[in-house]
Design a protein around this ligand. Structure first.
Ligand SMILES: [Zn+2]
Length: 285
């Protein structure tokens, strides 16, 4: 049973939710509310499986973070799904390039849009670690002292906007249909739950190209200097290409994730935190 969970969780759950979402857009079924149901089912499955086969049992216990993380997830997922509507509005307002490969099957268009959005995220994520101001906004995501299914959406809304905005806008300006962009984000919502999950799963050698938990945990190492690796959201090809990929077999354990500096534990104080700081978090961390 444990082997089934360890080896089957990602391909089965991620595979089914991605396939279901592709079927929805192929059938022309509206994004709302079905995409949220598909993403919700996938994310819930990850949350349940963490209880069955945890990577680090103590990470299943509240670290004074569950309530604010629920609020972060609610707003982050709301933002993701609202971006589909925003994409549609932008589509009406601005002239679009004719370069988008409309003749490709929808699944291939989702793949292409995903590559563009994913590279934009990688680049903005990398910049969020290099630039002091962007880091203050991004630090909330790194402040969690455990990794579990809700962490994927623990983001400052401004950071989320800056991370996802450029790649998404580029895809839209190149002519990507809103439902194609929305499909990618729905699939990614499930992937993000896996990426941060406390589930002891593996995808074997595919870890070298997919941003799964065993790779992404290195990115959450407590020491700022150690966390400058594995920026990828879905694809790890960007980290491979720019030599920021890191993995060793020993793995990341409890007490090794988070940030040197303490983050407030209430939602509103977390949102206000980047604007109250005047010194570099990295230097004082
Ligand atoms: Zn980061």
């Amino acid at each position: 049973m444990n082997d089934l969970v360890r080896l089957g969780s990602y391909p089965i759950i991620f595979g089914i939710t991605a396939f279901a979402q592709l079927l929805l857009i192929e059938a022309g079924i509206s994004h709302w509310p079905y995409a949220i149901l598909v993403a919700g089912a996938g994310i819930s499955a990850v949350a349940i499986l963490e209880r069955v086969l945890p990577y680090e049992p103590s990470w299943n216990l509240d670290h004074e973070d569950t309530l604010p993380d629920i609020l972060h997830a609610t707003f982050s997922l709301g933002f993701i799904f609202a971006s589909v509507e925003i994409a549609e509005i932008i589509r009406v307002l601005v002239p679009f390039s004719k370069v988008w490969p409309n003749t490709l099957p929808l699944w291939a268009q989702v793949f292409v849009a995903g590559l563009i959005i994913d590279f934009g995220l990688w680049l903005m994520h990398w910049l969020s670690h290099k630039n002091d101001y962007l880091w203050k906004l991004h630090a909330l995501h790194h402040s969690a002292e455990r990794l579990y299914w809700l962490n994927g959406e623990r983001r400052h809304p401004l950071s989320a906007l800056l991370l996802a905005g450029p790649g998404t806008l580029l895809a839209i300006f190149l002519g990507a249909p809103a439902e194609v962009v929305g499909c990618w984000y729905t699939i990614i919502a499930v992937h993000l739950a896996f990426q941060h999950s406390n589930l002891d799963y593996t995808v074997g050698p595919l870890r070298n190209i997919l941003g799964v938990a065993e790779i992404h945990r290195w990115h959450h190492k407590k020491e700022y200097e150690d966390s400058q690796v594995n920026f990828g959201e879905f694809w790890m090809i960007w980290d491979q290409l720019f030599r920021t990929f890191h993995h060793t077999v020993n793995g990341v354990k409890k007490g090794e994730v988070g940030m040197r500096e303490k983050m407030p534990t209430t939602y509103l104080k977390q949102i206000a935190w980047p604007f109250r700081r005047t010194t570099s978090v990295k230097k004082h961390g």
